[in-house]
Design a protein around this ligand. Structure first.
Ligand code: SF4
Length: 236
């Protein structure tokens, strides 16, 4: 199933730009950190059987996240990653996502075509930011905005993201963006910090179990340029 293109990316004239909420979501975050993992567990306990649209960055990261949410929610994985630096990489990661879902039967898939212009638009002027900096916050917002829009359109009860499984991703920022979008679109956000309870380690183990392609950079051309030592789901 392919959702219409250019809905949350600012390329459609009458749609709000993904960057519209930036001032709100890029503000400094509270000093007292919330336990988003605990919040997720409580939310799941109270909402078993509801429908979840789970944005997935890649098969390796989703492998563990799905073990947490799929037994509780009727889950659909949403593959929307215009940040990837080439169509070849996009299709390779998407192919692995599809294979994982087929092998596990954990969830359905809602995918998108490759839309690199959406990422280029939000990354412009932020090319020299380090991984984890302002460009990444915009990248989170881009992907979660589309997820919230699709969740609203598809009548899902919740939306969420696998991105919090990575130690290099800012879970505070991701959850703040998720809650802000939930308010904006009227769909509940599933908070998470999937890296807790050895989630990241488990994602590496599961990737080995399923023989998944595990990229050695986060995804965009800048992260490939700056190849970091502990990427999204690193090869060993
Ligand atoms: S490093 Fe990763 S999260 Fe940051 S902008 Fe690039 S693809 Fe997005």
């Amino acid at each position: 199933m392919r959702p219409p293109r250019s809905t949350a990316t600012g390329t459609t004239k009458n749609k709000p730009k993904a960057s519209d909420s930036l001032s709100r979501t890029e503000r400094p975050f509270a000093m007292n950190k919330r336990n988003y993992d605990k919040e997720m567990l409580v939310t799941m306990q109270e909402n078993a059987g509801k429908r979840l649209l789970l944005h997935s960055c890649c098969a390796p990261c989703s492998s563990y996240c799905l073990t947490q949410v799929a037994p509780v929610f009727r889950t659909t994985v949403f593959y929307f990653n215009p940040n990837l630096d080439s169509e070849e990489e996009y299709l390779r990661r998407k192919g692995e996502q599809i294979r994982l879902l087929k092998e596990t039967g954990a969830a359905d898939l809602l995918d998108c075509d490759y839309e690199p212009e959406a990422f280029r638009e939000i990354a412009e002027g932020y090319e020299d930011e380090p991984e984890g900096g302002a460009r990444c916050k915009r990248c989170y917002l881009l992907r979660l905005t589309r997820t919230a829009e699709e969740a609203k359109k598809g009548g899902y009860d919740f939306f969420g993201t696998t991105l919090t499984v990575s130690p290099l991703k800012d879970s505070e920022a991701l959850n703040a963006i998720g809650f802000a979008l939930a308010e904006k679109y009227g769909v509940r956000y599933l908070p998470s910090d999937f890296k807790k309870r050895n989630g990241y380690l488990r994602s590496i183990e599961l990737s080995k179990t399923y023989g998944l392609y595990r990229q050695n950079y986060c995804g965009c051309i800048y992260s490939r340029r700056d190849l970091s030592p502990a990427p999204c789901a690193p090869s060993e």
